[in-house]
Write a protein that binds this ligand. Structure first.
Ligand SMILES: [Zn+2]
Length: 91
């Protein structure tokens, strides 16, 4: 039963991450979460899905003293699986 729940969660979070090409209207409507607004992250793009962290920052992770931003918990989880690889391509 837990496996099913996990699969559903993963599906939902991947879906929220799949919006890589939002329209201009979409972008202006989507503001970063309030509590993350003033947080500076080293990457302008989510290294997992390449969404702009300035517009879509929802979660952060610290790696080797740097703070990386992600559009979702799913991307952060993906980063933590292989931080070395993703830190290298983060920009
Ligand atoms: Zn993402």
């Amino acid at each position: 039963m837990k496996t099913v729940l996990f699969a559903v969660l993963l599906c939902v979070s991947s879906f929220s991450c799949a919006q890589e090409t939002p329209t201009a209207i979409h972008v202006s409507k989507m503001k970063p979460a309030k509590d993350l607004k003033n947080i500076k992250v080293v990457n302008a793009e989510d290294p997992i899905c390449h969404m702009k962290t300035a517009d879509f920052l929802k979660d952060t992770a610290d790696y080797k003293g740097k703070k990386y931003g992600f559009c979702s918990e799913h991307c952060k989880a993906e980063f933590k699986k292989n931080p070395e690889k993703y830190a290298k391509i983060a920009k």
